[in-house]
Write a protein that binds this ligand. Structure first.
Ligand code: UDP
Length: 238
């Protein structure tokens, strides 16, 4: 597999072409941003941990029948993935009240929702990823009705699986963001599943083990990412 030109550089990852037009390399950086990139920083070795965590989760999901763009963990910071066309809709799945939901409803963080809430955001940095609904998605043709049915179904089954899997490593899956892509007339889970885009709280102490430590200047950021990977790797060794 030969690495070729840089295709795109995002906030946390760089995409490189390979000699196979259907495959690209996701390179995980240590850069961290928050509040629509107004806050910038570095989380040392985040890229390495996020690559490991996401590769592991995509593998588990494949075993559960959830197809993603993941092909192979190539090296510390490189993941080989199928080259999808990203659907410009970010899906947020919530199990507990936190972040923007707490703010919007004036509620304390932590409350458990009676069932998961799905939210959609228009993936557009210049606009600050505004929240949208399925009418916006249909009228502006961001995704077809059929794709949306698929996206909702996959999102809920990923949530069901990940919630109980994280529970086994004593982590509460508070909320998380998913992205999807089109590949060969199929909808595939894409991007990454890491503490950058998930809220992960220790079940006992409710200590935050995710990017909120960076967003809110809570310190021990590196330790949190390393701890998530430590629990995953110890669990999978059992
Ligand atoms: N999220 C994300 N990217 C975004 C916005 C949110 O990965 O551009 C994730 C975030 O990490 C959290 C969940 O989606 O796990 C819900 O985020 P929320 O809407 O509460 O926004 P925030 O408080 O992060 O601004």
């Amino acid at each position: 597999m030969e690495k070729r030109e840089k295709l795109y550089e995002g906030k946390a990852k760089i995409l490189y072409a390979t000699d196979d037009p259907n495959l690209i390399i996701q390179y995980f950086k240590d850069d961290a941003t928050a509040f629509n990139a107004q806050k910038k920083g570095t989380i040392v070795e985040k890229g390495i941990y996020n690559n490991r965590i996401s590769s592991h989760i995509f593998k588990l999901l494949a075993q559960e029948g959830v197809a993603s763009h993941f092909v192979q963990h190539l090296s510390d910071r490189e993941m080989l993935v199928k080259r999808v066309n990203i659907i410009p809709v970010e899906v947020v799945i919530r199990n507990r009240i936190a972040g923007s939901l707490a703010k919007r409803f004036g509620l304390a963080e932590g409350g458990v929702l009676s069932r998961p809430i799905l939210e959609f955001y228009y993936k557009d940095d210049a606009l600050g990823d505004p929240m949208i609904n399925e009418d916006h998605i249909a009228v502006f043709e961001l995704a077809s009705q059929k794709e949306m049915e698929e996206i909702k179904k996959i999102s809920l089954s990923v949530n069901t699986f990940l919630k109980s899997w994280f529970q086994e490593i004593r982590i509460s899956l508070v909320d998380f963001k998913l992205e999807f892509g089109r590949y060969d007339h199929q909808v595939l889970l894409a991007d990454e599943i890491t503490p950058d885009g998930c809220r992960l709280w220790d079940i006992e102490t409710e200590e935050k083990l995710d990017k909120d430590r960076f967003r809110r200047d809570l310190g021990q950021i590196e330790e949190a990412y390393r701890e998530v990977w430590r629990r995953i790797s110890e669990h999978s060794a059992k």
